[in-house]
Design a protein around this ligand. Structure first.
Ligand SMILES: Nc1ncnc2c1ncn2[C@@H]1O[C@H](COP(=O)(O)OP(=O)(O)OP(=O)(O)O)[C@@H](O)[C@H]1O
Length: 578
């Protein structure tokens, strides 16, 4: 992706028009001084005066009427062409900004979940909010650059016409100035890069400040340490790098601004001693040099904007590389019918940030049937959630195959298979409305579910929008369950759904919700630590250290529970005796 290609590919004709208008405005700008100079005449005593030819316009006397008219129309042309050029490019750039953001949104939507988890939200938000704006701001300077370059070239042409020796001298001095100007710019760029790198860490610490507000509020030491060692550390890292970068660039810009004055000084005080230059030529040359101070400054000031835009562009490029597109077909085949989900030697390995081997699940072999409730149990970190994300097809296997009955999950079928699944993870996100194909007309069903889930007094749903999502944790989870029911999928996965429900609703979940789904022929997968309810399961998959160490059926569970009960009773009797 090149800096300007986003513009040229978006609206080539409009960008071309903007460039042409900008360049023409620049050429016209460079004509203003020669037009004025052409009306000056040098008398024999060396005094400059405006040649007469006075005519009256709107009751004012105008000397050199023809030239004045050309001057006026040139000014009007500059105004119109410059404004049009800027407005055209500004509008294109606004579209490009939106397009670039939409491109990033699409990439995020299509990225594999494990890559998104690895990248984290802070990096993504920093890129969307900071980098896109900087890229577009840099690219938007293009017409101004062109206009001022055209003016500069026009004025240099005028100098060449006036006096070739003056022209070559000015050109060489400007070149030396611009080349020496690059050195501080290079240094400044290093600091801008450093600052941009720190922005990601700053975003992450701002997230901590907001999401960790409750924890920080309760502990002064913790709060002060976070504020000083994390938040301010990152804030000052950005500030210091920006300060140094901007100071270098400011000094360099002032040096750049003064380049034309150095040239004027050298031309007026030194150059005239070595070359024959008439008074008119010298004054015209000085006027031209004064005149190019602004275009030269604009061209030079263009550099920091471009530097920032390039840094941001590299950041976006890197992000797009780290966030590959999931190469899967979008086509949804509603005809996929299945009875059993089978895992054949499935393996998955997390990537780890320090390049060491990440946590691995598998190889695992099992099947999950429709009309059955399957529990996944095991200690913390044993790989239950990882396994469940393989079941929901969020993670793609590193080895082995998954089948929905006879349909093998691959890049052609994975989207269709995902359509059969609904999941509520422990870090679920509750949208503030019903989305997609969820039937919004079926208000009666929604109202009944609100009553069943004991939410009817807290939240209502009208036109698909929830009246509120400011609910207790347990209530939010129930609202997520309602959304999941409305989706009416074949396979339900609940990752510790009941963890923050009160005992009464836990009972409802395990003894009413799960059996209802089962009776409807759904396959239900529940990650749970609630061993009191393990007997609800038709099958229990036991995970330990990424391996499936046991697969218990209902009969096994009942036998095991009876044994456990008798052991507990025996031990309590022993305690009583003691
Ligand atoms: N996004 C990730 N990137 C890299 N490693 C991960 C990621 N998520 C989990 N892991 C690793 O995988 C291991 C298993 O995590 P997982 O969440 O599957 O366990 P779990 O059994 O669900 O634990 P818990 O009962 O605590 O929820 C963890 O030790 C963790 O280090």
């Amino acid at each position: 992706m090149k800096l300007f290609s986003a513009f040229t590919s978006k609206a080539p004709n409009r960008v071309f028009l903007s460039i042409i208008l900008g360049a023409l405005a620049g050429v016209a700008y460079s004509l203003l001084i020669p037009i004025v100079v052409s009306s000056l005449t040098e008398s024999t005593d060396g005094i400059l005066y405006v040649s007469a030819q006075v005519e009256t316009f709107l009751s004012y006397e105008v000397a050199n009427y023809d030239i004045a008219t050309v001057f006026l129309f040139t000014c009007i042309f500059i105004l119109v062409a410059r404004t049009a050029s800027q407005i055209i490019l500004m509008r294109v750039s606004m579209n490009v900004t939106t397009d670039l953001r939409v491109q990033l949104y699409e990439r995020i939507t299509r990225a594999p979940i494990d890559k998104l988890e690895k990248m984290g939200s802070s990096k993504l938000i920093a890129t969307i909010t900071t980098d896109v704006g900087r890229i577009v701001a840099g690219s938007r300077m293009l017409p101004d650059l062109l206009m001022n370059s055209a003016t500069l070239i026009g004025m240099l042409g005028f100098l060449l016409f006036l006096n070739s020796a003056v022209f070559w001298f000015v050109l060489k001095t400007i070149l030396v100035g611009v080349i020496t100007y690059q050195i501080p710019m290079f240094l400044g760029n290093r600091y801008f890069e450093k600052s941009r790198e720190s922005v990601d860490a700053l975003q992450e610490s701002i997230r901590g400040l907001i999401y960790g507000a409750k924890e920080l509020k309760l502990n002064k030491d913790k709060r002060e340490s976070y504020f000083k060692d994390v938040l301010l550390h990152n804030e000052y890292a950005v500030l210091n790098a920006d300060k140094t970068g901007n100071s270098i660039v400011s000094a360099a810009n002032n040096y750049g601004d003064l380049i034309s004055f150095f040239v004027i000084g050298i031309a007026a005080f030194i150059f005239v001693n070595y070359q024959s230059v008439s008074k008119v030529e010298l004054i015209a040359a000085i006027m031209a040099l004064l005149y190019i101070t602004t275009p030269l400054a604009v061209i030079i000031n263009f550099v920091p904007g471009i530097l920032r835009a390039r840094i941001s562009l590299n950041k976006v490029k890197r992000l797009l590389n780290e966030l590959p597109k999931e190469e899967v077909s979008d086509a949804i085949d509603n005809l996929i019918d299945w009875e059993s989900l089978k895992f054949n030697n499935v393996e998955f390995q997390h990537s780890s940030p320090d390049e060491s081997e990440g946590f691995k699940v598998g190889p695992v072999n099992f099947h999950i049937n429709r009309g059955e409730v399957t529990f996944i149990v095991g200690g913390n970190g044993s790989g239950k959630s990882t396994l469940s994300k393989l079941i929901t097809l969020h993670y793609q296997t590193t080895n082995g195959d998954i089948y929905f009955s006879e349909t093998k999950v691959d890049k052609d079928t994975v989207s269709s298979c995902r359509e059969k699944i609904s999941a509520i993870y422990s870090d679920y996100y509750l949208f503030d409305r019903l989305l997609g194909n969820v039937s919004q007309e079926n208000q009666d069903v929604i109202n009944r579910l609100l009553v069943d889930l004991n939410l009817s007094e807290k939240v209502s749903i009208s036109n698909g929008r929830f009246s509120t999502t400011s609910l207790s944790d347990g209530q939010r989870r129930r609202l997520a369950l309602l959304v999941s029911f409305l989706e009416d999928k074949d396979l339900y996965v609940f990752d510790e759904w009941a963890a923050d429900q009160d005992p009464m609703f836990k009972e409802t979940f395990y003894h009413q919700v799960l059996p209802t789904l089962k009776n409807k022929g759904k396959a239900v997968v529940v990650i749970s630590h609630d061993d009191r309810y393990f007997d609800v399961a038709d099958k229990i998959l036991v995970m330990e250290n990424g391996q499936l160490i046991d697969c218990l059926t209902e009969a096994d569970v009942i036998i095991k529970r009876t044994r456990e009960k008798s052991i507990i009773q025996d031990s309590s009797r022993t305690v009583e005796m003691v």
